[in-house]
Design a protein around this ligand. Structure first.
Ligand code: S3P
Length: 433
């Protein structure tokens, strides 16, 4: 049974203080998977506190990987490239990243694995990994391209694959499968997506070749390479920071410090866009840790002016679009989002979820198949918000609520725990009323 937790958010005057974010979700998933197939132990500090990354750890345990959690430190005993056949289905929970990326690893194992997920994950498209993994030699059964998946792995052969959809999860799945394949796998992505897998593979000792190709990139990896364990501190999650950055952009008097934030260039487009829209961000202590850029931010509020997100920007900002859209009515120019059809197949149909909830707040919204147009300068009132069990929708509307007239009730607020369990407490700490 699902418990609906409601959180009431009251309007605010400002945001001020310091926000220490949980470890980046994308990097946490990748490190946990790679640490599991490495030779020897790994220590992962500041591992994501989100339920999604716990799903990945649960699946790794079911595949015979021993690990221990001491708060946000995870110690993993890698078992090398050979995992153990799971005795139960691998429960990926709400996590598309777990199912898609891990499918590349289990496809390389000489046994059969079943992968299941919750109601939301069971509606999400998996042909994007089924097709190329099948071409590599895996035998995969699904429910018309949706979970649960039954993957009979082993004896993979390398492929040369041009991805039809820009997806970091699919790219990662195939790079992982490429580690178990005979020969060299070549993957081409049409637009540049987050490159944490490429960066992490090198940190774990894998050799790969990368180059840019048009607006996207090409990666090549040879099979049968061994990985070594690592000691790492995972930088703060940039997509979680987006909520606080947007809150600061609603109130010119805001001042926020965000230490140890991930600033990987394939993720940091958000910071550039927010700065173009009027937020003042100073970066101090920029350093590279395990191939990932990490910085500390000093943010001074501004009044975000709005604008348009389309093309390659939509792929680069895919997880941050819900919050940018939720605050768009408060900006003078509003926001137009196009080329973001992928938002319809996330944890919820995020285009429809944003439009529905903005309308509940009294805002005008135009909805397109691939995006939204939200006029600026609108008066918006508090409302009953339905998160649709989607973490980013719950958090996005908690930010919009800070500028609405009257109180907003977020139904299904517990969804925030998928990526950021402490979100509402942290928000209350930095909000001034
Ligand atoms: C992710 C990639 C993106 C993103 C998701 C995390 C990743 O998904 O939306 O939250 O860690 O690789 P797609 O690869 O489906 O675009």
């Amino acid at each position: 049974m699902k418990i609906d937790t409601q959180v009431t958010v009251r309007p605010a005057r400002n945001v001020r203080g310091s926000v220490q974010l949980p470890g980046d979700k994308s990097i946490s998933h990748r490190y946990a998977m790679l640490a599991g197939i490495a030779d020897g132990p790994s220590r992962l500090e500041n591992y994501s506190t989100g339920a999604d990354c716990a799903s990945t750890l649960g699946c790794m345990r079911a595949l015979g990987v021993a690990w221990e959690r001491k708060e946000n430190l995870i110690e993993v005993q890698g078992r090398g490239l050979s995992l153990a056949a799971p005795s139960l289905p691998l429960d990926c929970g709400n996590s598309g990243s777990t199912m898609r990326m891990l499918s590349g690893i289990v496809a390389g194992q000489p046994f059969t694995s079943e992968m299941t997920g919750d109601e939301s994950l069971s509606r999400r498209p998996m042909e994007r990994v089924i097709r190329p993994l099948s071409a590599m030699g895996a035998k995969i059964e699904s429910q018309q391209g949706k979970p649960p998946l039954r993957i009979a792995g082993g004896n993979l052969k390398a492929i040369d694959y041009k991805m039809p959809v820009a997806s970091a999860q699919v790219k990662s799945c195939l790079l992982f499968a490429g580690l178990f394949a005979d020969g060299e796998t070549r993957i081409e992505e049409p637009l540049r997506t987050r490159d944490h897998t490429e960066v992490a593979l090198r940190v774990f000792g894998v050799h790969l070749d990368r180059k840019s190709a048009g607006q996207g990139s090409e990666v090549r990896i040879r099979g049968a390479q061994r990985l070594h364990g690592i000691e790492a501190r995972i930088p703060g999650d940039l997509s979680s920071a987006a909520f606080f950055l947007c809150a600061a952009g609603l109130f010119p008097g805001s001042q926020l410090a965000i230490p140890n934030l991930l600033m990987n260039p394939t993720r940091a487009r958000l910071l550039e866009i927010l700065m173009q829209m009027g937020l003042r961000i100073a970066v101090t202590q920029l350093e590279e840790i395990n191939g990932e850029l990490v910085g500390s931010l000093q943010v001074e509020g501004g009044a975000l002016k709005g604008g348009k997100i389309a093309g390659a920007d939509s792929a680069a900002l895919i997880d941050e679009i819900p919050v940018l859209a939720a605050i768009a009515p408060f900006t003078p120019e509003g926001l137009e989002v196009r080329d973001a059809r992928e938002l319809r197949v996330k944890e919820s149909d995020r285009i429809s979820a944003v439009a529905t909830n903005l309308r509940r707040m009294g805002a005008q919204v135009e909805e397109f198949e691939d995006g939204l147009k939200i006029p600026g300068g609108q008066a918006v009132h508090g409302a009953e918000i339905d998160s649709q069990s989607d973490h980013r929708i719950a958090m996005a509307f908690a930010i919009a609520a800070l500028r609405a007239e009257g109180e907003t009730v977020i139904h299904g607020a517990e969804a925030a725990a998928i990526s950021y369990p402490a979100f509402f407490q942290t928000l209350e700490k930095v909000v001034e009323r």
